[in-house]
Design a protein around this ligand. Structure first.
Ligand code: DHB
Length: 314
């Protein structure tokens, strides 16, 4: 029998638990259609603002064998474009998630109110963790502010809804954030966004590799997998069952997906590897996960989801 890798987020059903991370290759019509045609289990858009944005000056993305750094600055087509494109994406018979990252709470509320009139968007991922807009801190590092934002947006949201979180590194912070999240009717959290404000050095030129912010940018790829797994694991342990955890960070093959699911992920998103490989990565990673599950005699991801063991002491 072929292992089942389908999943459900809130009431939204995905044929495959593997899809794209908001960010790479999901801003234009062509890119969104390409994800639609691929084996990705869902489509999520680039984080949208109300208006079109050009983003930061280039070079603004760089990758090496260990991962990536970016300071894109939210280049996107603007909300109306994504709402208008949502109808043509239904031909792919997979969920379409809209990511929104307004530059203010008022902008996020206005965008969410517009989604209410749209019947083709399956769910909304509210980005509380963009590290790359000058003068705008990552909302979810400010716990009071996060509560204030959730109070407001949860009054407006009318469908599958979750938040994209930055990585946390302190056990107290996981507890404080989980206590807040548990007070709201969220369907999911996505963790993690890139590790904010890292630097990659070009040794030959003795320079940083991206221009914006003097070279500081969000780190993705292999560099961040252990942090991503820890965030998935800790939030799965602390959050109520109604809130699914979507894993993101360092996924480039089937065993990375398996690790995220063991830590408690209900679905996973691929960022840096999608940028490297293009949308064919979804079919390859899916096949690798299925082969691994066959080897381990698992017929369904739910059989091992969250079941990561603890090593015995000697
Ligand atoms: C951008 C980067 C992010 O990590 C994010 O969450 C949103 C936007 C960007 O620079 O475009």
């Amino acid at each position: 029998m072929k292992p089942n890798i389908s999943t459900t987020i809130g009431t939204v059903e995905l044929r495959s638990c593997i899809y794209n991370a908001s960010g790479p290759l999901c801003a234009t019509k062509e890119e969104l259609n390409n994800i639609g045609k691929s084996k990705a289990g869902a489509i999520i858009s680039k984080s949208s603002t109300e208006q079109y944005r050009e983003g930061n000056p280039k070079p603004r993305y760089f990758e090496n064998e260990l991962g990536s750094i970016n300071s894109m600055g939210l280049p996107n087509m603007g909300l109306d474009f994504y709402l208008n494109t949502s109808e043509e994406l239904i031909q792919y018979e997979k969920p379409f998630f809209l990511s929104i990252a307004g530059l203010s709470l008022e902008e996020n509320k206005k965008m969410l109110s517009k989604v209410v009139d749209n019947e083709f968007v399956s769910g909304v991922e509210l980005n509380l963790s963009c590290p790359n807009v000058l003068g705008k801190p990552q909302t979810a590092y400010d716990f009071e502010r996060t509560k204030f934002v959730l109070d407001d947006v949860c009054k407006i949201k009318d469908r599958c809804f979750g938040v994209k979180l930055p990585p946390y590194f302190d056990l107290i912070h996981f507890e404080q954030m989980a206590e807040i999240l548990n007070q709201y009717p969220l369907d999911f959290i996505t963790c993690i966004n890139s590790i904010g404000n890292g630097i990659i050095v070009d040794i030959e030129k003795e320079e940083v590799v991206i221009h914006p912010k003097g070279g500081f940018g969000g780190i993705g790829g292999d560099y961040i997998k252990p942090t991503a797994l820890a965030n998935v694991r800790k939030f799965r342990q602390l959050l109520k069952n109604e809130i699914s955890v979507i894993g993101c960070g360092g996924i480039k093959n089937g065993s990375d997906v398996f690790e995220h699911i063991l830590c408690g992920a209900s679905a996973v998103q691929v960022g840096t590897q999608l940028m490297r490989e293009g949308v064919s990565c979804f079919e390859r990673i899916e096949n690798e996960l299925i082969e691994l599950m066959k080897l381990k005699d698992y017929l369904d991801i739910n059989t091992y989801k969250g079941k990561l063991g603890v090593v015995n002491s000697m």
